[in-house]
Design a protein. Structure first.
Length: 306
């Protein structure tokens, strides 16, 4: 091709650069064709097409040996960088598709942290997927569920029972016994044996800020009714630390998850309940149809830990 020829309007493709790179590195059309596993005439045709696109000769054909022209030498370095960048882009996209990179927004109720499930599950996932960014925020349960349904949150750690929005599912992670929290000066606080809930029929019961059919509000109602009375509902607390603080100052008693025993407040006592155990659940909430590969991997990881 004569030097100085104007480039054609043909489109440069990565295969052109791969073919050129093979010839430039082998400096032999036969070996380059064998390396690329294509016929030599086809390779020669592709190189001529690339030269038409560039508008300059890339190989000196006036000698017996294949030699790069100045244009070919300059293209060689750029071709290597372009192909390496293209391969890096493919690798990044494939990793994202497998959920190995990305970001997961996780919400949790404060009591989830006391169980150890949150830290162990998030920690083991992070070890398995170190390049996935985890954004973790304490959040009230209903806000978590609304945010998951609206694609503003990927994963939630919640305390059922609770009504799930359309498109949101839950995975049970843990069931733990419910304990009684009462002021340490209460007449029953020094009792060594488990406490019969019926003996507290005259007390005010403090619950989280939920409706009657949700989480520990419901546990409290059902446990009291099983003991033969309708509980007198007292003030509500934003979280369990607030609740046990209210108990400690004498505003009432409360049913709390056993894992809350790690929270020690002056003036507070924890005691087991007599009779059949009342169990509280910790669950993972997620979208039923999840578009994020990283979030899908988190749910799969949680299932594998059960």
């Amino acid at each position: 091709m004569p030097a100085g020829r104007r480039p054609t309007r043909a489109r440069l493709e990565l295969r052109h650069l791969r073919y050129f790179l093979a010839v430039a590195e082998e400096l032999h059309y036969g070996r380059a064709a064998e390396r690329l596993k294509i016929a030599q005439p086809g390779l020669s045709q592709q190189i001529r097409a690339l030269e038409d696109i560039v508008g300059a000769a890339l190989f000196d054909r006036s000698r017996r040996a294949v030699q790069l022209t100045l244009a070919g030498e300059l293209l060689l370095g750029e071709a290597r960088k372009t192909l390496a960048q293209a391969e890096a882009a493919l690798v990044a996209a494939r990793r994202a598709g497998r959920g190995e990179v990305g970001r997961i927004a996780i919400g949790y109720t404060a009591s989830a942290a006391y169980t150890g499930v949150l830290t162990s599950l998030v920690g083991s996932f992070r070890e398995a997927h170190p390049e996935v960014e985890l954004q973790i925020t304490e959040m009230e349960m209903q806000r978590q569920l609304d945010a998951i349904a609206e694609d503003r949150l990927d994963i939630g750690f919640i305390r059922p029972p609770v009504a799930l929005p359309l498109g949101v599912a839950s995975l049970a992670l843990l069931q733990e016994p419910v304990l009684l929290a009462l002021p340490d000066r209460h007449p029953l606080a020094g009792q060594d044996s488990a406490i019969d809930l019926a003996d507290l029929a005259g007390e005010s019961f403090i619950t989280p800020q939920h409706g009657p059919s949700v989480s520990f509000h419901r546990h409290t109602l059902e446990a009291a009714r099983a003991a033969g009375f309708t509980p007198r509902m007292g003030p509500q607390g934003r979280d369990f630390v607030t609740i046990v603080s209210m108990v400690a100052v004498g505003l009432g008693v409360a049913l709390v998850p056993r894992s809350l025993r790690c929270v020690q407040v002056p003036g507070l006592a924890y005691r087991p309940l007599a009779g059949p155990p009342v169990l509280a659940e910790l669950a993972l909430a997620h979208r039923r149809t999840e578009g994020s590969p990283a979030a899908r991997n988190f749910v799969r990881h949680a299932r594998a830990q059960l």
